[in-house]
Design a protein around this ligand. Sequence first.
Ligand code: SF4
Ligand code: SF4
Length: 264
Amino acid sequence: MSGKETQSLLDEEKAQDWLDSLPTVGEGQTFCFECNPDVPCFNRCCRQLTLPLTPYDVMRLCRRLGMKSDVFLDNFAKLRTFPDSGLPIAMLSMLKDPDETCPFVTPAGCHVYEDRPSACRSYPLGRGTQLSRNGVSETFYLVQEPHCHGFDDGRDWTAREWFEHEGLAPYNASNDRYMRLGTMITASGAPISDKMGNLALLCLYQLDRFREFITTMHIFGRVEVDDKRQKAIMESDEAALDFGYDWVELVLFGQCEGLKKKQA
Ligand code: SF4
Ligand code: SF4
């Protein structure tokens, strides 16, 4: 993964240009695809990747590996910043072997398969998102790479069938919050400061440390969070991440639909 490639991915305009160069899979259209351990290219796609890890991806991987977020980020990720919003994004570090292999690939396949990142689940589709009046509008793109024999055979899928098959619903729901947060910041006219970027990193990518922060800073004393949600935040990673999005939005914009400040 070169720094240049990563930068292109983080540059929204360049990322969109790349997506626009790909064929789309419209509503009701299908593509033929099958991936299994018997394909001649098995594991070929798990190397030399520029692979972003969203907060939800990191949450699932930390839990899967039984790892503290700091240890995971130190060992498996490089932190980058979206230039338009100033929000952090973790990029999965490939191994330093000649093939630049993913650290999670084994001869038998993906070691973290049940918790593999959004981008791996989506492949061979890419999902472009935009805020719309009705929430989020989606465009699906087909990433057809020469080395991939998955297109040679298999059943026909619509994009929705593929995403359901790959268990993407919770990933997309959470990732859309990150996209929404970035869009709100960009629309405000300036990227957030490094300090706010570090807060976003803590609240979204380091849920174990975020819980310590909630306790130390008496955060529940400052906002309206009922006992049931407080308990869920301290026990469930999903609830903590959801609260993290609310907290960051509240701090950055002074208001958040899902979280109200306590009246003084
Ligand atoms: S996380 Fe798993 S599926 Fe994704 S690139 Fe690595 S080995 Fe392949
Ligand atoms: S290159 Fe395509 S067919 Fe081969 S293992 Fe990867 S996704 Fe499956």
